[in-house]
Design a protein around this ligand. Structure first.
Ligand code: ZN
Length: 196
């Protein structure tokens, strides 16, 4: 069993201390589900939890990122990572969803929060649709304590998928509200597609 799926267990009985967890992977790999799972467990432990996401991501309503039971976790859209610092007075755990859309200042923000004793859980795409490292996620992976890379299932062959292949012609890096324009592909199916 991957002990990083249960990072909280390493802290039981010890004084609170901050750290950073990154949950990365392609589209449809279950990053947000894993983020919510960890935040729900923190809530069960009676910790104060907040979720932030970039304002650019308008695909989901605030409710969609939170759990479905009655005690919803507040999800706040912010225009820049600096706003997260301003809006977190008294929290134990901070979740950040769709973090690839934030600028590179996210790395400093996450590290200052962790230095202040906050557990920071960041979920985001590690690669763009061309297979290149995406935004602040790769640097966060280098500077965090725990990385969990989740994988989708390849739409062509059923193997594990790590790429978010774009099925439309647009070359824009950020294509929002268009999840139907992507399919998860494994390495060999992605390479086949790019040889065409
Ligand atoms: Zn495949």
């Amino acid at each position: 069993m991957d002990r990083y799926f249960f990072p909280e267990t390493s802290r039981v009985g010890l004084p609170p201390r901050g750290w950073i967890e990154v949950i990365c992977g392609s589209m449809f790999s279950g990053k947000t589900e894993e983020l919510i799972r960890r935040l729900n467990r923190a809530r069960i432990a009676r910790q104060r939890v907040e979720i932030f996401k970039p304002m650019i991501d308008t695909r989901y309503s605030a409710e969609d990122v939170v759990s479905h039971d009655a005690k919803a976790i507040r999800c706040t859209p912010v225009s820049s990572p600096g706003n997260i610092l301003l809006m977190t007075g008294d929290v134990d755990v901070i979740g950040i969803d769709e973090a690839q859309f934030f600028d590179m200042s996210l790395i400093d923000v996450c590290n200052s929060l962790a230095n202040q004793g906050v557990r920071v859980i960041v979920a985001g795409l590690d690669m763009d649709f061309t297979g290149k490292p995406f935004g602040p996620i790769p640097s966060l992976m280098a500077t965090c304590e725990h990385v969990t890379k989740v994988q989708a299932i390849c739409m062509r062959c059923g193997n594990l998928a790590l790429y978010s292949h774009r099925t439309t012609e647009s070359n824009e890096l950020v294509l929002l509200g268009e999840t139907e324009s992507y399919e998860p592909l494994c390495r060999s199916c992605f390479n086949l597609e790019h040889k065409k």
